[in-house]
Design a protein around this ligand. Structure first.
Ligand code: GRF
Length: 208
């Protein structure tokens, strides 16, 4: 029997990638993925509204309360993961970098979407619109999106899926960001999440 993997989607922003995951689920494209919880690092995140509209439980763990104390943030986060029996974490526009201890305690269980072709335009300080500004400043002719495993190196885990998107002559960072989201991120993230969830389901079944 098909086993659905209890998944937390972690967000900080508008949640359009969360929406892509929800829509893929409704279409039947992510049979192994059970979005059991949405966790936001910001209480004003629109992603929380999207979760509520779809009757998905929500939690807010405010990043700003902890400043440099990432372990403090993780200590508040962990009981939520335990309470909902979370086996898999999808970072969908989530702006916090986890500690080494945290990522090592979920090996192969955390993935992230990045709006460029890693290893280009990634790493510390390169997130959101800054990624697209850097790509245009360089004059690249293609950019795209990457879904990768999360380890202690920022944007450094193994790549799961990538999709290239052509850069247009007259692209602004905002136009490029929109096209990469629409044509790459929203397609790749559900596909990658389903691939990893299916793998987790299979591994756990073998262990029984
Ligand atoms: C996306 O471009 C994602 O790749 C990046 O932040 C943006 C989040 O958008 N990490 P949303 O909150 O999913 O709408």
């Amino acid at each position: 029997m098909l086993r659905r993997v209890k998944t937390a989607v972690m967000v900080s922003g508008s949640g359009s990638n969360l929406q892509a995951l929800i829509d893929a689920g409704k279409r039947g494209d992510t049979p192994h993925l059970d979005i059991a919880l949405v966790i936001s690092s910001k209480k004003e995140s629109y992603a929380l509204k999207r979760a509520e509209q779809n009757s998905i439980p929500i939690a807010v763990v405010e990043r700003r309360k902890y400043k440099d104390d990432i372990e403090g943030f993780e200590r508040e986060l962990l009981p939520w993961l335990t309470r909902y029996n979370i086996e898999f974490i999808v970072l969908a526009g989530f702006l916090t970098i986890f500690s080494k201890d945290f990522t090592r305690s979920f090996p192969g269980r955390i993935i992230n979407v990045h709006p460029a072709l890693i290893p280009s335009f990634c790493g510390k300080g390169l997130y959101g619109i800054k990624v697209h500004k850097a790509a245009l400043d360089c004059g690249v002719k293609v950019s795209g999106a990457t879904v990768h495993y999360v380890n202690e190196i920022v944007d450094g885990g193994r790549i799961i899926l990538q999709k290239a998107i052509e850069v247009m002559e007259d692209d602004t960072p905002e136009a490029l960001q929109q096209r990469i989201m629409r044509e790459a991120e929203w397609e790749l993230l559900p596909r990658a999440a389903e691939l990893v969830a299916a793998k987790i389901a299979e591994e756990n079944d073998e262990g029984h």
